[in-house]
Design a protein around this ligand. Structure first.
Ligand SMILES: Cc1ncc(COP(=O)(O)O)c(C=O)c1O
Length: 416
């Protein structure tokens, strides 16, 4: 923590919706070393996700012929860009991820594939470890048509799950919060997904979706508040990043760590990335920071209060009002919270005004076309620079988490 501010004082600042920066003391041994046996994640899960995504390349290329990364069809990867060579400031451009245009493509498509593979194995249509191209065959599609995949989402996870599930032939039911953007609902409907709209917030949509799915036979619920399959899909991003960094001459070490800024909603995305990076480079060689809207700091409050269940930002007088729809989350994921608490070097908040200013600034300087949630981390290096006594980084990496499917008129509205 910023040594001059006590936890209580910080919580008072959060209640007033002020931007705050909490310097955390990571305890990576809780998830990586001794103590890790109590953790719900393990390195095998990340390796398994990377292997599944590799076995799915032919399938994804068949289902989504336009999906490719670096001329490799069916590969769900994104470019790493240099924004300002002098800092150096790097941007991981997950808005460019094929199919879903956001970081949610990583976790969401992985979880849909897990479930499809599981069903096909049970039906003896494939064998363990097979190439998943067979999941596009008629027999598999007929099987999937009898099943439903259901999820509660602020928007982008719904897009990722809905588009992937429909392409495989599943029914898809997406429960959306009131904050969810209309264009995301329309896009999902155009893919044949059923969108159920809720008056309540994201947490309420997840709760209703979970109950509805449990009542419905042959329905599988993707639980954004608790899913290791999603988390492993995000974590698999870390290994390919090593080669991308090396191409730019960036080699994170404990003496000069990689500083990574991660927009945070329910926490699954940032927890997965932070976990993957800690495994790939070693916890000491990475500083991961989460960023949340000043009106929705669910993970920051959870880490400050050391309470990962039963907490909602409305208990602190906050409203969840933010244009960063993907980050409009009041309660933390019970899976992601302790991982973020153990691995992240800091958690901070940003106002919508600041996010909008970064969005405009980086559109002008680098042509970045982002949704507001995706722009949240752009101020990370400047915010970290205000903290004394930190190491000199090998690079700052801002994870730009979405915006790939954003319609032009929505982007123009944000710029205004
Ligand atoms: C663009 C974008 N960035 C970041 C996030 C945060 O991910 P998580 O909710 O897993 O913390 C989301 C969530 O939907 C998102 O849509």
């Amino acid at each position: 923590m910023d040594n001059h501010v006590t936890r209580r004082q910080m919580i008072e600042g959060i209640r007033r919706a002020e931007p705050v920066f909490f310097r955390n003391s990571p305890r990576p041994q809780m998830v990586l070393g001794q103590g890790a046996e109590k953790s719900r994640v393990n390195p095998g899960g990340v390796a398994d996700a990377a292997d599944r995504m590799r076995r799915a390349q032919g399938l994804l290329a068949r289902l989504f012929p336009e999906s490719a990364f670096a001329d490799r069809p069916g590969q769900i990867e994104s470019p790493l860009r240099v924004l300002m060579a002098s800092v150096p400031l790097l941007a991981k451009c997950d808005g460019a991820l094929p199919i879903a245009g956001s970081i949610k493509a990583r976790g969401g498509i992985h979880e849909v594939l897990c479930h499809a593979e599981e069903l096909a194995l049970e039906a003896e249509l494939i064998n363990p470890g097979d190439d998943l191209l067979q999941l596009a065959a008629g027999q598999s599609r007929r099987l999937f048509a009898e099943h439903e995949i259901c999820v509660g989402s602020t928007g982008n996870l719904g897009l990722s799950i809905g588009i992937a599930a429909r392409a495989l032939g599943f029914r898809a039911v997406i429960h959306m919060s009131r904050d969810a953007k209309q264009w995301k609902k329309q896009l999902l409907r155009s893919h044949g997904a059923t969108v159920v709209e809720h008056e309540g917030d994201f947490s309420a949509a997840v709760q209703v979706g979970r109950a509805a799915s449990a009542d419905s036979p042959r329905s599988y619920f993707v639980d954004d508040e608790n899913s290791t399959r999603l988390l492993y899909g995000y974590a698999a991003a870390a290994h390919p990043l090593r080669a991308q960094l090396a191409k730019l001459g960036v080699y994170p070490t404990a003496d000069s760590p990689l500083c990574v800024y991660l927009p945070c909603g329910v926490g699954g995305g940032p927890a997965g990335i932070a976990y993957g990076l800690a495994l790939e480079f070693g916890a000491a060689a990475v500083e991961s920071y989460t960023v949340e809207p000043t009106q929705a700091p669910a993970l920051l409050l959870a880490v400050l209060e050391e309470r990962y269940e039963g907490l909602h930002v409305s208990d602190y007088g906050l409203t969840l009002t933010t244009d960063a729809d993907g980050l409009a989350v009041g309660s933390p994921s019970v899976l992601a919270g302790p991982i973020i608490g153990a691995l992240c070097s800091g958690l901070y908040t940003e106002s919508d005004e600041a996010m909008r200013a970064y969005l405009k600034q980086f559109y002008a300087s680098d042509g970045l076309r982002l949704e507001l949630s995706a722009a949240a981390g752009l101020g990370g290096p400047a915010r970290r620079a205000q903290i004394e006594g930190l190491r000199t980084p090998s690079a700052h990496l801002v994870w730009l988490t979405g915006g790939g499917l954003l319609p032009e008129d929505e982007f123009q509205r944000l710029l205004r």
